[in-house]
Each structure stands twice: as C-alpha cells, then as structure tokens.
Design a protein around this ligand. Structure first.
Ligand SMILES: Cc1ncc(COP(=O)(O)O)c(C=O)c1O
Length: 350
C-alpha cells in the first residue's frame, strides 16, 4: 500500500503491511509465548537461529529491546562496551547501557560508523582497580548515521578476531543486516560466524509492523530471555507478528536490491543539484545522506519546504538530511522526489 499524495522517505520503518502480509498475520497459529507455546514464534526463532548459524534466538519487540537484551546478557554493572560514536546504541537509545545496566560506553572514531581493529589498540580497561571492565565490542551493520554502509567482511573479521583474542564478546546491531548482505555479497551466516550475539529487525527494510530477533549461544539467549521479561517484553500471542516476519523472510529479502537501486538513482540525481552534495561512494544500500550548503540555510528549513512539496525526509544534523528508500516507495515516484529537491534547492531561504 503506497501513500497517495506524499512520498515518505523518512525511514524504512514507515512501511505498512501489504494485504498478503495482513492475511498471514490474521491466520497465524498462536499460543502463550511465556509458556514457550507460541508455535509461530518458536518456528521463527528456529528459522532465524539456523539462518544466522547460532544455537538459539529470542524474538523481541524492537531493535532497542533486542540490543539491550544482548548487553544485559554480556555485561554487569560497572562494565564498559566499545562502539563507534555514531552508533545507534550510543546515539539513539537514551543512554540505555547506563540507564538499564550500569554500563559505560567508550567511543571509537570510525569512518561512517566503520572502524579498524588497530583503532581498538589500547582501549581495553579493567587491569587496574580504578577502571571499568571492558566486556563487549559492538558493531552496527549497516551503519545508520554512517549512511547505510555495509561492513566489509574482512574488516569485521579482523575486529572480531582482535576482540575474541582479548576475551571480549562481539555484538552486532544488525537492524539492517539483510541490506548489508545484499550490498556486500556475503550471507547472513557468513557474517554472523564472527559475532557472539546479533540483533536483526523485521520492522525496517523487511516491512513488518514490528519485531526483532536476538541470536547467540543457548546460555546467552537464556540470559537475554530473562532480560526481555524484565524490560516488559513478554509478548504472549506474538505469533501474529512472528508470522509477518516469516512472510518477510520469504518475500522481502531479495527485493532489498530494488531499494538500493532506488537510493543510488536518487543520490546520483540529487548530487547534481546546486546547493546539495552527497558522498556518492558512501551510498551502498537504502540510506542517502545529503549535505545542504550553509548559504542555502538549515536542514530543518529544507525538510519543511520539501514537506510542502509532498516529500518527507529527516533532518540529520544542522546541514544534513537523510532519506531512506523502502518497500512502499515504487520506482515510478522517484522523478517526483528529484523535482521536489530541485524546487526547494532553487527557492531562496527566507
Ligand atoms: C541501527 C539501528 N539499530 C537499532 C534500531 C532500533 O530499532 P527499534 O526502533 O525497533 O527499537 C534502529 C532504528 O532505526 C537502527 O537504525
């Protein structure tokens, strides 16, 4: 179902379930998941664990819940995690590592959210009684604030090897892991082999109304399941939503390449507009970051004027905006998006 009139590129979370997905939701077999009796959730957990090559999986309400279940499972109060300064866990989760678990974040200065193993040298704490104890390295794939970049497998492998050699765990926030796989050419299983826990989201590029999944070893998932309950995430007859995820894994993974092609097409056209610039090398999946010239004005104003043209995007800092392609954006509406950008860029700032 496509929004008539406005084109919503704010996020890949704005998609609405198709009639076919709604049918699957309505017909889902369900039970009480707190008794382990929801057959559809059980099937989804098994399917995803297998797909990502891990022993066990836990269905979660959201990506944040799933990331925080992982951190709860890995860490104790007073521990520390290493992660890029632009990562969702640090930037957009209300300080949850500190708020929920008493865990501090030590930030790495990567490029577009991607860092190298050698940048981690000297960052481990815990040998001295004054220090917090470093427990986890977190990687985000694709990087959201980094513009949807997929991690190269080799770079991730080096980071994970470095971490494991120092007895640290590796957690992947794979909210858009399937986008990364599609763009970088590795399978989910190949990438996840080097991680201890991985969180994926069904509510983004895969087009489900809600839901995420955490995978890892059986003991870690038992801990994560307890954390989910603590965070109010016991989901009872959640099989209806799990059914949407099973449907999405079947029908909406391959097509992510269309979203990537749409983002690329838009990026190349918008990059030619005076007042706007885009690092085209960084556009690899469904996210495009656009920089607005200072002399034009601010991102907030640009977003407001674009909205009047029927195109919705997000301000991503004072001079940057983000657009995100998805399932509800058909190729034939893209020229209208470019026209809207041209109109707004050509208008004077008042
Ligand atoms: C990289 C990343 N991780 C985690 C999340 C959190 O997902 P949710 O909104 O389902 O909590 C998002 C949301 O956009 C995200 O982009």
């Amino acid at each position: 179902m496509v929004n008539v009139g406005r084109i919503d590129l704010r996020s890949d979370t704005v998609t609405r379930p198709t009639p076919e997905m709604r049918r699957v939701i309505a017909e889902a077999e369900v039970g009480d998941d707190m008794f382990g009796e929801d057959p559809t959730i059980n099937r989804l957990e098994q399917r995803v664990a297998e797909m990502l090559g891990k022993e066990a999986a836990v269905y979660a309400c959201s990506g944040i819940q799933s990331n925080q279940m992982a951190l709860r499972a890995h860490c104790s109060s007073g521990d520390e995690i290493l992660l890029d300064g632009s990562s969702h866990i640090f930037y957009y989760e209300q300080g949850a590592p500190a708020a929920l678990h008493g865990v501090t974040c030590r930030l790495i200065d990567g490029e577009g959210g991607i860092f190298r193993a050698d940048q981690l040298e000297g960052m481990i704490h815990g040998h001295d009684q004054h220090e917090s104890i470093t427990k986890v390295v977190c990687v985000e794939n694709t990087t959201n604030r980094g513009g949807g970049r997929p991690w190269p497998l080799q770079a991730f492998c080096e980071v994970a090897d470095w971490a494991h050699a120092r007895h640290l765990a590796v957690h992947v926030d794979g909210a858009r892991l399937f986008n990364a796989c599609q763009a970088a050419g590795y399978s989910p299983r190949e990438f996840c082999e080097f991680a201890d826990t991985v969180s994926i989201c069904f509510s983004k590029g895969l087009g489900c109304p809600m839901g995420s999944m955490l995978v890892g070893s059986r003991p870690m998932m038992a801990r994560a399941r307890r954390a989910r309950k603590l965070f109010g995430g016991g989901i009872r007859q959640g099989g209806m939503m799990a059914a949407s995820a099973l449907y999405a894994l079947e029908h909406n993974v391959e097509r992510l390449k269309d979203d990537h092609a749409h983002a690329r097409w838009l990026a190349e056209k918008i990059a030619r507009i005076p007042q706007l610039s885009i690092d085209l090398k960084a556009v690899a999946t469904n996210i495009v970051i656009i920089e607005i010239a200072q002399e034009w004005g601010t991102a907030d104003r640009f977003v407001e004027l674009l909205q009047r043209e029927g195109v919705l995007v997000l301000a991503f800092g004072r001079q940057k905006i983000r657009l995100c392609t998805h399932l509800d954006i058909p190729g034939d509406c893209l020229p209208r998006v470019v026209e809207a950008f041209q109109t707004v860029a050509a208008s004077s700032y008042d």
